[in-house]
Write a protein that binds this ligand. Sequence first.
Ligand code: WTA
Length: 654
Amino acid sequence: MAVEPTQNIDTLLLEERTYPPPPEFAAQANAQASIYDEDFEAFWDREGKERVTWFEPYTELYQWDRPYAKWYLGGTLNVSYNCVDRHVEAGLGGRVAYHWEGEPDGDRRDLTYGDLQKEVAAFANALKELGVKKGTAVAIYMGMIPELPIAMLACTRLGAPHTVVFGGFSADSLSARINDMGCEFVITQDEAWRRGTTVALKKIIDEALQETPGVKGTVVVRRTGNDVPMTEGRDHWYDDVRGSDDPASCPPEPMDAEELLFLMYTSGTTAKPKGIAHTTAGYLVGVATTHRYIFDLKPETDVYWCAADVGWITGHSYIVYGPLCNGATSVMYEGTPDYPDKDRWWSIVERYGVTILYTAPTAIRTHMKWGPEYAQKHDLSSLRLLGSVGEPINPEAWIWYHEHIGGERCPVVDTWWQTETGMIMITPLPGVTTTKPGSATKPFPGVDAAIYSEQGEEVGPGGGGYLVLRRPWPAMLRGIYGDDARYRETYWAKYGDVYFAGDGARVDQDGDFWLMGRVDDVMNVSGHRISTTEVESALVDHKEVAEAAVAARNDAMTGQAIVAFVTLKGGGEGSVEKLEELRNHVATKIGPIAKPANIVFTPELPKTRSGKIMRRLLRDVAEHRPLGDTTTLADPTVVAELQTRGAEEQSRED
Ligand code: WTA
């Protein structure tokens, strides 16, 4: 979160309240205190054997050729086999894998592991028939319907790496990802439901495919049933190409441990998103292990709900691969939390008897704003554990969650991790850790996290600095797709021998970690990573914009909000219409999630004498703070003007 870490870290008041694990919870927990004493290699070796089923066992636990790691070398396995078939073979075909709830009232579907096995086989056969085989890259652009995990699993069954693009991204974002990965096929749906209206996913695909010469075909799942244009020879309705659902007709492809499983694109400090590469075995072991211990999963009895979107890493790791590998029963919900009313989530918890809920601080704050009465209308007594992810959770939100949702009986696990880490890295273990609202507490067993100063020295208890990871972990990214130099530069150049996460953090006297947000030009809006440069490029792409700079300000609801400073060509003045036009332009270029909340129109941006935009000052203006040091400014009158304009900024909220 573009902040000066020292300033932020020094002024932070530490939360004093502590919550030891309830004794009854501790007594039955999957992870006991001794888990922290285990040797790192012995730990990951045991988990490698217990969490997944191998076709060929691995012969070497890991290799660390910094900055690249390999795990479970020599082993072969298949992800769809591990997530589906083996559970059916173990006699669990009748267990529900997903209680799926569509947004329209009464739209529900339960899929057992047996159903899932058939659906995955049918989808994989369809893809195979169209020409997808081991190594064919596939893009998936869908809403939260069962066919999304089914399509992902079908790809893994064939050994075809996928990239799932979140349904809120624009055609431009989509084509950039499709081209970067070299996708040959795209899986989508006619339209998605969102807050009672439809999102035209297929139409956006059609636009994206104008720019993607490598795409040979699409598969379109019917969701709303409305008419959408289909291109003869390229587009196929899933109903027409669905294959045999006999799993034996489509055996899972044995994959080498280190073969590519998927790419997940994420924002960095430049305009071009990074294709974060995750491979097969280490990723699967990492997500299954963390899911089991951190969420204390009892697959026979728990009903687990991660309320994220499958289009982000949280959904990949903790809606699809981790829970299915562990044979969990999950809830999957298609729509928004306030449709048809603000108690929708709590009605879902009650209906399915959800025992574990995992969501983001931004969602918790939204529920907080709506008030506890919506939760009080429902019986939430089935809940026994709560989780949080995506951004630092403010203590008030933590306490509200604990009290109003968890009835003060559920441990809260605040989990820190990233698209790059693949799995949760810093987190309480619910039966072991004494939690503190706002702290993600301790590194997961086997994870070596530390705080470094700017100079690369480890900072002791009480100190603040940058979060680093010093030892490889199974689900660690295997690089940025096709860009070794950027991988080294982004994560390894700062300190040379440790992974630089890009987050500011401090560690307290008990060794608990407190995450402070991003220290680079990456913003975190509602738990979504968006780069300032990406939004700036989208703004400058507009024909009337001469120059743009973007900063984040703190926002009570979304964590951070985007403030853009824009200079129009020919010294044009801004207006409410221009503001709307620019916001929509950003939505078209990147997606609605990246729309600036505010735009300040200004004849000039504050620059140093060498022409560098002084972002620090823009952040001060965005936050309505007194300005810091302005002595290096080329023209000091610019900021005075900006401050006046910042106070009268044109603002809109979605
Ligand atoms: C932030 C999401 C504080 C952090 C899984 C990180 C957090 C970025 C937490 C990764 C947390 C995530 N406390 N900050 N519990 N969880 N973050 O790649 O800045 O979408 O670097 O992965 O989110 O976001 P990403």
